[in-house]
Write a protein that binds this ligand. Sequence first.
Ligand code: ADP
Ligand code: MG
Length: 322
Amino acid sequence: DHVANQIAAGEVVQRPASVIKELLENSIDAKASRIQVVIKDAGKTLIQIVDDGQGMGLTDARMCFERHATSKIKLADDLFSLKTKGFRGEALASIAAIAHVELKTKTEEDEVGTCIKIEGSEVVSQDPCVTPKGTSICVKNLFYNIPARRNFLKSDNVETRHIIDEFQRVALAHPDISFSLIHNGSELFQLPPTNFRQRITNILGGKTNEKLVPVEEDTEIVKISGFVGKPEFAKKSRGEQFFFVNNRFIKSPYLNHAVVASFDGLLKEKSYPTYFLYLEVDPKSIDINIHPTKTEIKFDDEHALYAILKSAIKHSLGQFNV
Ligand code: ADP
Ligand code: MG
């Protein structure tokens, strides 16, 4: 089983950023309103995530490192009406197989919390502890027992970039939650709870506001909101392109094409439009289970979505005389 965990870990955890993504999603699923991320050495030595969510009782705290011990799918039906981000119950088991993990957690109802230490899937200690409501998870020495994976990690700069990318995606998808990110003792982000527009500005810095054109559309198939950057602010790289479907960051070359097409000759060659587009669709009309890291999804009605998105953006650009 330990081997199975290590193999699964390879799929879920490619690098420190993947750990951060999974842990952030767990905190959000636990309805946290405040999430702090602390890393050392680009997450290679330490990743700590502290949330003020629901926490876990003793049994759940013990069970959460077991494979497929997810609390989130109880019926096959739940798969289709997915409201939570995690649903395979693999992340914590995978992470615990390839790192030193310390969990501290407490629910509202419990007087004392639970502290569990795990190394390479083995529980090394479990004690009651004093800790606030919520969950704190420390992941130390990632890949300590798989030297090949550890050596494969890129420089601290590159790994930190990946972490910032994941952090920003999650923070942009959940502007109502407060997030912070601290690396080697210095604060990279401190994001207060706010709305989408302000969160974008807080993340990307000062001048975003004058660059953005709002996009709104509400149809039977999809509700669209968000912003596209004016063509003169298009980038030479794909840096600022974000799709969120039901508050989950996704990659979609197909929908990206719809955005580019909507600019219809307004863009210079080899330039990429900036966009932050939030799509809400019926969860029954998508399949997010096609990729282990869950950034790709399948839409039932891709063509309609393409057309709606394209015309909504065109309309906005027209309205703002772009
Ligand atoms: P999944 O998210 O797919 O259910 P995970 O391995 O990520 O699987 O987590 C296993 C379980 O541990 C979750 O279903 C949840 O019950 C519990 N859990 C994990 N992280 C937290 C957290 N931050 N707060 C409360 N419960 C958590
Ligand atoms: Mg999860």
